[in-house]
Design a protein around this ligand. Structure first.
Ligand SMILES: Nc1ncnc2c1ncn2[C@@H]1O[C@H](COP(=O)(O)OP(=O)(O)OP(=O)(O)O)[C@@H](O)[C@H]1O
Length: 302
């Protein structure tokens, strides 16, 4: 029995002559929230469509619950729910009617609709026309629709795109609840490192169709160590002083110096050092790297 809900083995995919996915080896452990991270155009949606057999993969490259996808399409898809691009919602129907429709279609008892509304926090809006829903409510209804058949695996393509901070938190909490309380496995794509870091247990980073990193969130955090950003007068002389004292300069621009963050105490000591040597420190703050800088680090380490 495979411990992976999803496994791709050297997955290659082309659109015409353009290679979109190159030797992709995803391993999504059962019960995980797997953050599938990459910039626009990296190949996330294409991968998700392949995992749903909406795009056909070469044989023996995609396995869901240990079974090859092309040969076990129906059996696999029964166990998978998805939200890809826009959720398929009928705007003229209420949230509840949308869900009841889906229940009838799948031969599932209607009471499941109320259960799903409660799960995604839409009970109060159940009888409102879904075209009047906010974007966040529509996304939650989309997830509820994907959950009607009680799938073990949920594929969510950028579910927080365009949501306000509250909407993002609601989706985040829902994903955590679904894995911890209901034993689901979730693959969620995003182009935002900070967003993935908040929920994922595992991460895969894709760029131009290649998997640059795959591991646990702890392994990613080891790579993504925070920086101390120092805005100070006379940058060149200040950075010489910092280096003389044995600190490594990560980056330097005309406006600021970044060094690896060590501790609050150490940051205070650097501040004192600069001030005592006649520099004016205008800002001292801890920063996380963004996705682009993380890419540079990963490429360097590889
Ligand atoms: N139907 C198609 N025909 C040809 N090329 C396509 C098609 N769909 C996607 N592509 C190309 O495949 C590449 C990967 O696109 P994909 O949508 O998978 O990326 P993504 O990581 O999901 O990015 P985004 O966040 O922008 O959706 C892009 O270069 C895109 O232009």
């Amino acid at each position: 029995m495979s411990n992976f809900a999803i496994e791709t083995v050297g997955l290659n995919f082309t659109f015409g002559r353009q290679a979109i996915l190159k030797n992709l080896a995803l391993q999504v452990p059962k019960g995980s929230i797997y953050g599938f991270l990459g910039p626009n155009g990296a190949g996330k949606t294409t991968t998700i469509k392949i995992l749903l057999n909406l795009l056909k993969s070469p044989s023996d490259q995609v396995f869901i619950f240990g079974k090859e996808i092309n040969n076990n399409r129906i059996a696999i898809l029964k166990r998978v729910g998805a939200l890809v691009e826009q959720p398929a919602i009928y705007g003229h129907l209420t949230g509840k009617e949308n869900l009841v429709n889906r229940c009838l279609l799948l031969g599932i008892k209607r009471s499941k609709a109320d259960e799903m509304l409660a799960l995604v926090g839409l009970t109060e809006a159940a009888n409102k026309k879904s075209k009047q829903y906010s974007l966040g409510m529509k996304q939650r209804l989309g997830i509820a629709l994907a959950l009607v058949s009680d799938p073990e695996l949920l594929l969510l393509d950028e579910p927080t795109n365009g949501l306000d901070p509250n909407g993002i938190i609601e989706i985040r909490n829902l994903m955590i609840e679904l894995t911890t309380k209901y034993n689901k496995t979730i693959l969620v794509s995003s182009h935002l490192l900070a967003e993935i870091e908040r929920t994922a247990t595992h991460v895969g980073i894709i760029n131009k169709g290649e998997l640059l990193f795959q591991g646990t969130i702890q392994e990613l955090q080891l790579l993504n160590k925070p920086l101390l950003e120092i805005e100070v007068t006379d940058i060149d002389r200040a950075s010489m002083l910092i280096e003389e004292k044995g600190y490594e300069i990560a980056t330097k621009t005309d406006a600021k110096i970044c060094i690896p963050f060590i501790s609050q105490t150490e940051s205070g000591m650097i501040n004192t050092l600069l001030v005592q040597n006649g520099f004016t420190v205008t800002s001292l703050s801890q920063q996380r790297k963004d996705l682009e800088n993380l890419f540079l680090d990963i490429t360097k380490t590889n």
